[in-house]
Ligand binder design. Structure first.
Ligand code: COA
Length: 260
């Protein structure tokens, strides 16, 4: 598919999606959100893609936020619609995808950019990365899930401080907070993401999708995560991947998962 604002490539069962508006520090306009929606949906349906990495183009930014120029004259209803549509189209879509998504945070991840990284299944940052939710400095609050996912990831007190001060933290502080899993150099960022993605690709993609569902259940209102785990665990026993994985172990050979 041809996109205006994103690039997409596939290597070794890993799709890399790059947000490509470097002159706007990859700010998320509505068109980019729609294109990302399409790219994530298509990648998730492609059985040859086992992991998705998302990053920003250029050396400066992952994503410097939602595109401020697009919503500066919105009224209350338009503001609500912007948040609701964005959450549904992209942020909730990524979080609930059965294909794992790694955010390669290669620079500024601010506002909607940090919210995008937080919707991913985990994050790896380069040492120049700066992260924050500066929305209150603009007279607004995070609207793409930031008030919910930041406390889930770093705890309520740290999230309160980050959101209320509108400040930025650097990559090492983000590592210390557990907001990112690893920090490396800019040059090593994609290779490290690919190395970790490579480990994921060797496992059962069906079991991985079930694990994501069970882990996410812990964060859904009115859902008992232990019950979801029991259901997903049981479902695995009916899959070809389970038959292959257990046979391969007993036969002392490497599993070749059919992905079903
Ligand atoms: N929305 C729209 N455009 C943005 C943007 C955003 N969130 N972030 C950056 N840009 C644009 C700038 O307007 C500028 O465009 P121009 O060259 O046409 O004027 C271009 O990207 C480069 O940004 P600039 O501010 O000149 O770079 P900088 O190195 O001086 O500062 C930042 C970098 C990230 C500190 C600064 O761009 C910034 O504060 N951005 C907004 C962050 C924000 O509040 N995000 C939350 C939005 S809800």
């Amino acid at each position: 598919m041809n996109y205006k604002n994103i690039l997409s490539e596939i290597n070794n069962s890993i799709a890399t999606i790059t947000i490509n508006r470097p002159t706007k520090l990859n700010a998320l306009n509505i068109e980019t959100i729609q294109e990302l929606h399409d790219a994530f949906k298509t990648s998730n349906q492609d059985k040859n893609i086992k992991v998705i990495i998302i990053t920003g183009s250029g050396e400066k930014a992952f994503v410097a936020g939602a595109d401020i120029s697009e919503f500066s004259d919105f009224d209350i209803e338009e503001g609500q619609e912007l948040a609701a549509k964005g959450q549904e189209l992209l942020f909730n879509l990524i979080e609930n995808l059965s294909t794992p998504v790694i955010a390669a945070v290669n620079g500024f991840a601010l506002g909607g950019g940090l919210e995008l990284a937080m919707a991913c299944h985990f994050r790896i940052a380069s040492d120049n990365a700066k992260m924050g939710l500066p929305e209150v400095s603009l007279g607004v609050i995070p609207g793409y899930g930031g008030t919910q996912r930041l406390p889930q990831l770093v705890g309520k007190g740290r999230a309160m401080e980050m959101i209320l001060t509108a400040g930025m933290i650097d990559a090492n502080q983000a590592l210390n907070y557990g907001l990112v899993n690893h920090v490396t150099t800019q040059e090593e960022l994609l290779p490290l993401c690919e190395k970790i993605a490579g480990k994921i690709t060797r496992n059962s993609s069906v079991a991985i999708g079930a694990a994501i569902k069970a882990i996410n259940a812990n964060y859904k209102d009115g859902v008992n995560g232990f019950d979801v785990e029991i259901e997903q665990f049981g479902n695995c026993f009916g899959t070809e991947d389970f038959a292959e994985g257990t046979s391969a172990f007993l036969e002392k050979r490497k599993a070749d998962f059919p992905g079903e």
